[in-house]
Design a protein around this ligand. Structure first.
Ligand SMILES: [Zn+2]
Length: 86
């Protein structure tokens, strides 16, 4: 029989609930360590964290990227033309 420590103090669905706070660092250290520990031994949660992190990064990039002025002008003129023709 193998002795194996189960990360049973925290469950996958708790990871899902806490992941936002975990990634922005607002969780207490003890809780974060529990999550770290769980994730290390839980494949699905590793995948979940990576996906979540990727989504957040992508969203941040989108928000930071300014719309090029010429594209904005083009969009505006399309909108204006549409309004004029309808
Ligand atoms: Zn898990």
């Amino acid at each position: 029989m193998r002795t194996m420590v189960e990360p049973s103090e925290i469950e996958c669905r708790q990871i899902a609930e806490l992941i936002g706070d975990y990634l922005d660092g607002s969780l207490p250290k003890a809780t974060r360590e529990l999550i770290d520990w769980h994730i290390e031994s839980c494949g699905p949660c590793v995948a979940f964290v990576n996906t979540y992190r990727g989504t957040v990064d992508a969203a941040k990039k989108l928000r930071e990227a300014p719309i090029p002025p010429e594209l904005k002008q083009r969009l505006l003129s399309v909108l204006r033309a549409r309004r004029a023709s309808s």
